[in-house]
Design a protein around this ligand. Structure first.
Ligand SMILES: CC(=O)N[C@H](C=O)[C@@H](O)[C@H](O)[C@H](O)COP(=O)(O)O
Length: 229
């Protein structure tokens, strides 16, 4: 199993492209991952079995997940034990899954997902949205928690990372706390570490040119719709 110390106080880069992005595809994500490692990222986060399999060959820790929507449940990050098994077989050193208070469609307990990860030789990361959810994750044996889902489970979404939650989690829990979700600047990363983060995960601000372009376009006085034909 992975020695988590390889990620302590370091950066993980999440290489995921949204469905609408022309960069969706394992080859593109491999290139993103290689660039991130050249830039001295300590690890990677990847979505989908093909990407996890490919990126795991780069020899650095990979946090693997699958995004799969199931009728009748809002849980879409690694929603079942079978997904956990598949991610372990694909080479994930850490498997990330939704551990919020929301029920999985399968009814499977977090404990079953944690056990499947451990049986498969991987650590288990709980993607949480609150201290209550994180407490439940730790009770079920999660090896670490990440603030991934803060702002995505109902309440109004902020554009800022939830550093206050990272601080609360780091002060309250006996497991490493990863800071993840909407980190856009190195200053925010510094603040997350100052708040007690063990590791920070940055995705779109590094690996999603679509998102980055839109942010710059939004700062322009001329709306894109009014471009001459
Ligand atoms: C909420 C959700 O589904 N988060 C996903 C989890 O893997 C990814 O879409 C994010 O890109 C990742 O968490 C990194 O965050 P950001 O791209 O904001 O740095």
């Amino acid at each position: 199993m992975l020695n988590l110390d390889t990620l302590r106080h370091r950066l993980v880069v999440s290489c995921q492209a949204p469905a609408e992005s022309p960069l969706r595809g394992t080859d593109y994500m491999m290139a993103m991952a290689r660039a991130a490692l050249l830039g001295n990222a300590a690890g990677l986060r990847a979505e989908g079995l093909d990407d996890v399999r490919a990126l795991s060959r780069l020899g650095r820790p990979v946090i693997g997940l699958v995004k799969r929507e199931e009728d009748g449940s809002p849980v879409y990050i690694t929603p079942s034990v079978a997904d956990v098994r598949d991610l372990c077989a694909a080479g994930a050193s850490i498997v990330a899954a939704d551990v919020t208070m929301r029920p999985r469609r399968s009814g499977e307990a977090t404990l079953a997902l944690v056990e499947a990860a451990h049986r498969g030789g991987a650590l288990f990361m709980a993607d949480v949205d609150s201290l209550a959810a994180a407490g439940e994750a730790v009770a079920a044996g999660a090896d670490m928690v990440s603030s991934t889902l803060s702002g995505y489970t109902g309440r109004v979404q902020s554009d800022e990372p939830d550093i206050a939650l990272v601080n609360t989690l780091a002060r309250s829990l006996p497991v490493p706390v990863f800071a993840e979700g909407r980190y856009r600047t190195p200053e925010q990363v510094e603040r997350a570490f100052a708040a007690g983060a063990f590791c920070v995960v940055v995705g779109g601000a590094i690996t999603d040119p679509l998102q980055i372009t839109r942010r710059f376009v939004a700062a322009c006085p001329q709306p894109v719709e009014s471009l001459p034909a």
